[in-house]
Design a protein around this ligand. Sequence first.
Ligand code: FAD
Ligand code: MG
Ligand code: MG
Ligand code: MG
Ligand code: MG
Length: 552
Amino acid sequence: GGGGLLAYSDSKPPEGLNAIAASEYKNKKRVVVLGTGWAGTSFLKNLKNPSYDVQVISPRNYFAFTPLLPSVTCGTVEARSIVEPIRRIVKKKNVGIHFTEAECISIDPVNKKVYCQFSQDTNSDGKKEFSVDYDYLVIGVGARANTFNIPGVVENAHFLKEVEDAQRIRRSVIDCFERANLPTLSDEERRRILHFVIVGGGPTGVEFAAELHDYVNEDLMNLYPDVKKLVKITLLEATDHILNMFDKRITAFAEEKFKREGIDVKTGSAVVKVSDKEISTKAIKSGETSSMPYGMVVWSTGIGTRPLIMDFMQKISQTNRRVLATDEWLRVEGCDNIYALGDCATINQRKVMEDIAAIFKKADKDESGTLTVKEMQDAIDDVVERYPQVELYLKNNQMESIVDLLMHAKGDKTMESIELNIEEFKSALSKVDSQMKNLPATAQVAAQQGSYLADCFNRMEEAERNPEGPIRFRGEGRHRFRPFRYKHFGQFAPLGGEQTAAQLPGDWVSIGHSSQWLWYSVYASKQVSWRTRALVVSDWMRRFVYGRDSSG
Ligand code: FAD
Ligand code: MG
Ligand code: MG
Ligand code: MG
Ligand code: MG
């Protein structure tokens, strides 16, 4: 057996192996995984097939539970409670997984190599770069914070993306309160220092604003009684509403709640510049610009593509895109054996109308030039699987199956007598593509993609032994891989004061204290380990009893 071999990571077999063991070793396919975030970690956790030699490369040797980052900014939860060392996560597996703390700086898809740089100083020979060969490359490097190149953002604003960001924000909030308490300042200056500005009314910006408001009111007010009247929180959003990816009821509730609490929500105002003491905005409707003094800015306006990925896209001629494109099997378009998942990539979902002739031809088994209901029923599973928008369209139009749609197109004929020619088939399906949307950049999507891809890798050999089956989708063969399909379990928007808005599938909306408890239980259950779960829960209890810490 080759069990003991799993510890080796060199491509040359270790000396002293017998011939069988050595050949087994050489047969191991090298999988290189870039990133230890939601996507990469989920892939590693679900990989079970011991026939791979896996190299994980990431500048962070831990996984971070990002949904609790806003809680770290105000000390509701400690930073160490939401991180888990990646070595601990992969240790127990019988798959050979090796971790190197380094950043990938370049991908060479032609020679199947990645070039990397150590984050640490290597003092022996000072050499910091190295390369790694791969048979399969799994890219899960996530995204960077987006500044839209607005001047002064990088220099003066805080991002809220990494654990370090959350820790810096926490110190900075306390610093502002201490500075505002210095005896020599004018009230105007104190007011400036205690003006907290959040840019971006998405879930992260809103949650941070709510956390900060609670922190100030529940904890800091008592400790800094002299300056409490001078604190102000402003939330800037360029569109007409905050939380606009949520149900209207949630948006309205949040806007109402913030208004009541004195959080100044300024919608329709876009930031044009951030200097060291002032932030300038432009009203979208009137075009008027104005500036306001601030003490601290938190920037949370969405994500952009990392330079590594931009450079890679140039090499593989994905130059007309802003985000790396994969097909529905998460394979990078234009490459062999490279997969990308999570925030660094997007699935280039195919349109039904692009493939309509091929779909028709394949369904028309008797090549009669028309489709009968029987022919359509036989073909439909594949179509629904490949084009998720079909299912969505049927659901939104209260149709049971695609046969309804086709009968609809044919008027009131009975089912048996329906036959559609290509033009009729086209017009019946002409509206389904309107239901296509890109998947959101969320942990939920990244984690599902990671476990989907691991499952494909777990079954890859089976697929290769049976070439008519999987790998490529052919619409036939029992073992083929299904394309990735996202399952939405709902979304939370914590709004402060122990109230959370929850939007669950089927437009089920719930706002208030009960959803806060749902939030606590879901986020506790989603922790990667019992250790972090225990830490997070005890942080929450500590906060209930003693309040948040305010030493900075
Ligand atoms: P990431 O998790 O960002 O991981 C990327 C990994 O790649 C990291 O380990 C990074 O160190 C590594 N890396 C970066 N560059 C390189 C390189 N050059 N070479 C090698 N490795 C590299 N989603 C939800 O579903 N629900 C939420 O409540 C939620 N809340 C959030 C709150 C905040 C504050 C933030 C920032 C995000 C939140 N998200 C939430 C979004 C979620 O965190 C992301 O969608 C998710 O992290 C994407 O996973 P990923 O693996 O693609 O990227
Ligand atoms: Mg990742
Ligand atoms: Mg992450
Ligand atoms: Mg994505
Ligand atoms: Mg026919």
